[in-house]
Design a protein around this ligand. Structure first.
Ligand SMILES: [Ca+2]
Length: 152
């Protein structure tokens, strides 16, 4: 009887279907992206990976396919001679930001990350603040990644 129960438990462990969600993307526009007059969603238009297809490379928006704990990471090259500011947004709520002030040093980089508890359908994306820009030149500096840590 014990053997039967253990076998059932193993079957549950091995055969429960797991949702896999993981993406990595780059913004590649051949140079500076921005500045724009208003806050703008930064569309990371080049996919490195998009397991589960939850990130849209045409809108820049990640939509949670299942409820769970997710991790998001953003990194960017600022270019230095212009202000830069990126904001990680959950639905319409600001979660974390990263910014750089105009300076003579041309090699400024920044980033941030957050663990988020998402409901199915919650949307996560990166906004670029009005009047700022990031460098998106095809040298793989400006990236946005995310993955499902655990389904709930
Ligand atoms: Ca700077």
């Amino acid at each position: 009887e014990d053997f039967k129960q253990n076998k059932t438990a193993l079957n549950v462990l091995f055969y429960t279907e797991k949702t896999m969600v993981a993406f990595s993307t780059l913004a590649e526009y051949g140079g500076a992206r921005g500045p724009f007059d208003g806050d703008t969603t930064l569309v990371y238009n080049t996919l490195i990976a998009n397991v589960g297809d939850a990130y849209s490379a045409s809108t820049g928006v990640f939509t949670a396919p299942v409820a769970g704990v997710y991790c998001f990471i953003l990194s960017y090259h600022a270019g230095g001679d212009h202000n830069a500011k990126l904001m990680l947004i959950k639905n319409s709520e600001l979660i974390v930001a990263t910014s750089d002030h105009k300076s003579n040093e041309p090699s400024d980089n920044g980033g941030n990350a957050a663990v988020l508890e998402l409901k199915k359908g919650d949307q996560v994306y990166v906004r670029m603040a009005a009047g700022t820009r990031v460098w998106a030149d095809g040298y793989q500096h400006t990236s946005f990644s995310g993955f499902l840590v655990n389904q709930m």
